[in-house]
Design a protein around this ligand. Structure first.
Ligand code: ADP
Ligand code: ZN
Ligand code: MG
Length: 499
């Protein structure tokens, strides 16, 4: 066996750029998303993460004899909303099915999933790469329960032991299966990003990959450009981050091209991504694939989703990221790029929207959120949901600039104080006397003094060197401790000097 996982006497070299250019990769993704319910899908056990092993369990999720599953309405509703977010058609009737296999972390001896009649079908996710939009088909969304977790690194009496934690057994999942529509690892990455964002925005899942709330298997094949038929696919498992998905796909594309170029066949396999080597290694061949002996789950009725229920859930569903992005452009006049940044997470979009609504200038509010606020939060290692400045205060700051009560410079000074204390910008401005002076009466005195003290520059101005006005404005700003309104000062100086 070589590192490419095929039987051969000679190791394959990586393909050359010319060889790679002849082929087109084909990619389809299968994504498991944990639904954000408080309880498991078929029992009332909590889904909380990080508990003592085997404490979030009951007769149902332990599969004790006689225990029967009761389907969680909350899980179904999130699954329906998740399906609608992916523009799927939700089937009026779907059927739960037993997927039989043996593994120590699966106490029932079968997983309850859906098979030939899934919850939802025929959806899509739109992605955009370097300005080019593309639609990726979503084949199906089905519901299922998660297995427990095994760990193989335990020791007891210096013997190696494996342990099983069934806290996760029975956690509700949806599996989202894509069409083989992606043609590069970047497209796969963009698809996952959009999928995750959609699930987060509608509250179907937190999609925290570190907690295993989003898991992805990648199917990869290659074919000669222009060929009609797909090549044989390989499924990569064990992809724990979007970056690993990208790396795993890239390695697999090269491995398959090398095989084909060497005159060998790609074999249908399940392979594992190895984080340390960046390679994929053989897990099992197609011939070893399990026969799951699917059959309809006799302990559960068919799931019926009426039009009314679907409509009510659609009406209750929080706004999708793409919709919100467009609304930010149309309603707040943002540029496409800014709208994109401000809808990266639901928390960011919510924050911005509240700040914009509390201010008279939504674009200026956007600049403050993306610039000074994001900068300060990044420096402090905080997320926007932990911002010490409430969005309404940021909106008020924009309002003070807009009305001319604060200059940009004074606003920055007050912003720095807002990070430190929970006061509104107006309260800080008034307490610290930082208001911008635009009032002509208050400025006239300072201007008189500055003109009197700088006769030489006044002469220069009058003899035609009008650029010297910049110096005089500077002097007034200095005399006012930075609080004079530079625009007003400029105007007043000009009027006086030209008189
Ligand atoms: P299986 O019967 O092995 O489960 P499916 O047809 O259900 O295969 O597809 C599983 C996943 O593999 C889907 O995401 C699909 O888009 C993808 N897929 C199917 N055929 C190919 C192929 N030739 N190359 C890449 N991906 C593929
Ligand atoms: Zn339980
Ligand atoms: Mg399949």
């Amino acid at each position: 066996m070589t590192k490419y996982g095929y039987m051969s006497t000679a190791a394959l070299a990586m393909p050359t750029a010319e060889q790679v250019a002849k082929y087109e990769p084909v990619i389809g993704l299968e994504v498991h998303v944990q639904l954000a319910t408080n309880t498991k899908i078929f029992c009332g056990c909590p889904t909380s993460f990080g508990e003592e092993p085997n404490t979030n369990v009951c007769p149902v999720c332990l599969a004790l004899p006689g225990a029967l599953p009761v389907l969680s309405r909350e899980a179904v509703e999130l699954a329906i909303q998740g399906s609608l977010a992916l523009r799927c058609r939700v089937n009026e009737k779907s059927i739960f099915a037993r997927k039989n296999y043996f593994y120590p972390d699966l106490p029932k001896g079968y997983q309850i999933s859906q098979y030939d009649q899934p919850l939802a079908e025929h959806g899509w996710i739109d992605i955009e790469l370097e300005g080019v939009k593309k639609r990726i088909g979503v084949t199906r969304v089905h519901m299922e329960d998660d297995a427990g977790k095994s760990s193989h690194d335990g020791f007891r009496d210096s013997e190696k032991y494996s342990y099983v934690d069934l806290n996760r057994a029975g956690t509700p999942l949806i599996e989202i299966v894509s069409e083989p529509d992606m043609r590069s690892s970047d497209e796969a990455y963009a698809y996952l990003t959009e999928l995750k964002q959609a699930m987060q925005f509608i509250g179907a899942s937190a999609c925290d990959m570190e907690k295993g709330q989003l898991r992805c298997d990648a199917n990869v094949s290659v074919r000669l450009k222009g060929a009609g038929k797909f090549g044989t696919k390989v499924e990569i498992k064990n992809l724990n981050s979007f970056r690993h998905v990208k790396l795993g796909i890239e390695y697999e594309i090269l491995r398959q091209i090398a095989l084909v170029e060497a005159g060998e066949k790609v074999r249908q396999q399940t392979r594992l991504f190895n984080v340390d080597s960046g390679e994929t290694t053989l897990m099992r061949d197609k011939e070893e694939a399990a026969d799951y002996r699917y059959f309809p789950e006799p302990d559960l009725l068919p799931l019926v989703v009426t039009e009314e229920w679907k409509a009510a859930l659609a009406a209750k569903m929080p706004e999708l990221p793409s919709h919100r992005r467009n609304r930010f452009i149309n309603e707040y006049g943002l540029r496409e790029y800014d709208a994109q940044v401000l809808t990266l997470t639901r928390a960011m979009a919510d924050y911005y929207e509240r700040a914009a609504q509390a201010s008279p200038d939504a674009k200026m509010a956007a600049n403050w959120v993306m610039g000074d606020l994001t900068g300060a939060l990044n420096a402090a290692g905080r997320g926007i949901e932990e911002s010490p400045i409430p969005p309404e205060h940021l909106g008020e700051l924009v309002q003070l600039i807009h009305s001319g009560e604060l200059s940009g410079k004074l606003a920055k000074e007050i912003f720095a104080k807002m990070l430190e204390e929970p006061l509104s910008p107006r309260a800080i401005m008034e307490r610290d006397g930082l208001k911008q002076i635009s009032d002509t009466g208050a400025l006239a005195g300072i201007i008189e003094e500055v003109l009197a003290g700088n006769q030489k520059q006044v002469e220069q101005y009058k003899s035609g060197k009008t650029t010297v006005i910049g110096f005089l404005v500077g002097q007034v700003m200095k005399a006012s401790k930075g609080q004079a309104n530079p625009g007003a000062v400029n105007e007043m100086l000009k009027a006086k000097l030209d008189a």
